[in-house]
Structures are given as structure tokens and as C-alpha cells.
Design a protein around this ligand. Structure first.
Ligand code: TYD
Length: 206
């Protein structure tokens, strides 16, 4: 059986990845593709508990490497228990954040060792890589203004989120074949969806 496709939606706070992945899910279902959406951190019962710890503004004793490892442990569970079995059944999986968030936030944002984080990513994804990844490029000023819930990460300052965004653009540069930067367009949900559809159509050869 052909393995399902793995598609990532990434970007800074408030960039609208979640809504875009939902729109794309509807589009793919309309095309007869079996697809599930999931998110990181989270996606399985235990990973959702880890998400609660990670995003709680009261989790103030988290130190940088413990943060990295909590995200990675949530990811390993999600890949092992949900993503890999679905892909093996030929089901497409769309991820609202994935391994690149660790590189952008814990690496570029917090200054964690990039090589080590990339190695941990290989471990926690069991070597699975996205077939296609969208990086939505939003200015941190705009993104933080749009952020609805104040989770622990979005409480970090503008300077931190600037580094995160710079990180995302670096990741896109390092992966020119399957990483696509989509500019955030104010009130441009449909326009952004159209841009993404172009690449999804190519991936599925519609
Ligand atoms: P989420 O609600 O998905 O963010 P958003 O509201 O921007 O969609 O919250 C996830 C937060 O966790 C977000 O601030 C990014 C952060 N994060 C990391 O720092 N590292 C990671 O590896 C992942 C998956 C997320």
C-alpha cells in the first residue's frame, strides 16, 4: 500500500495555520482523499496532557532542555501511536505544528543547540519527514496582536518571536524542495488557501 502524505502547517503565533489546515482537509476530502488533522503538542490523550503542562503560564519551573524534551516526548508518542499507523494505512496526515516548531522556538528562539534539536527530531518522528510543509510568514507584531489565548509561549517578548520567525525562514531556505513560504494576508484566508492548494494539487497530481 502507498503511504499517506504528511503535510505540515507551521508559522509564528496567530498566523492562521489551524484554519488553513481545516480548509485543506475539507478540500482533500472533496477530492476523495482520506485525511486526518492533528496538532502538536498534543494529538493523543497523553500528549494532550503534556500540552497542558507546556502551555500553562504557571509552568514557570520549565528550563530550556526540559522544554525541548517535553515537546519531543509528546511528538514521539503522537508519531508512534497515531501518525505512523495512519500513514501506513495510506491516510494523509496534516499536522498543525510539528518538528520545525522545535527548531524555530527552542532552537532559534531560545538559543538551543540546533544540531541536537534536529537529532532529537529524527528520534521523535522515527525519521518520517513531511512531503510538503507550509510556513506562514506573519510579522510578530501582527501575530501577537491576533493571538487569542495567552499561552506560556506567546507571553515571551517580541524579540523572542522575531527570532522564531527568522528561524522559520531559515528552515524554508534549507528545504527548498518541499517547504513553501506563504505570506500572511490580512483578511486573505481564501487567497492564502488558493496559494496552498496549488502546491497540494502538485503533490497529489490532481
Ligand atoms: P498553539 O496553540 O499550537 O500555537 P498557535 O496558537 O500559535 O497555533 O500552541 C503551541 C505553542 O507551542 C506555540 O507557542 C509554539 C510552541 N511550540 C514550541 O515551542 N515547540 C514545539 O516543538 C511545538 C510543537 C510547539
Amino acid at each position: 500500500m502507498k503511504r499517506g502524505k504528511l503535510i505540515y502547517y507551521e508559522g509564528g503565533e496567530g498566523c492562521g495555520k489551524s484554519i488553513q489546515s481545516r480548509l485543506m482537509k475539507d478540500y482533500l476530502i472533496g477530492k476523495g482523499i482520506q485525511v486526518i488533522n492533528t496538532r502538536e503538542p498534543g494529538g493523543t490523550p497523553l500528549s494532550e496532557k503534556v500540552r497542558g503542562i507546556l502551555l500553562d503560564p504557571k509552568s514557570d519551573e520549565v528550563e530550556p532542555w526540559s522544554e525541548v524534551l517535553l515537546f519531543q516526548s509528546s511528538r514521539a508518542l503522537l508519531y508512534h501511536n497515531l501518525i505512523i499507523p495512519k500513514l501506513k494505512k495510506g491516510i494523509t496526515v496534516q499536522q498543525d505544528r510539528g518538528r520545525d516548531s522545535s527548531i524555530a522556538y527552542q532552537g532559534y528562539g531560545r538559543g538551543g543547540n540546533l544540531d541536537l534539536i534536529k537529532k532529537l527530531n529524527i528520534l521523535s518522528t522515527f525519521g518520517y519527514e513531511p512531503d510538503l510543509a507550509f510556513i506562514i510568514d506573519i510579522s510578530p507584531e501582527k501575530g501577537l496582536e491576533k493571538q487569542l489565548s495567552a499561552d506560556r509561549m506567546s507571553l515571551d517578548g517580541l524579540e523572542f518571536h522575531r527570532k522564531v520567525n527568522k528561524g522559520y525562514l531559515e528552515i524554508a531556505k534549507e528545504n527548498p524542495n518541499n517547504y513553501i513560504v506563504i505570506p500572511y494576508i490580512e483578511n486573505g484566508l481564501e487567497e492564502m488557501h488558493e496559494m496552498m492548494k496549488f502546491h497540494v494539487d502538485k503533490l497529489f497530481k490532481f
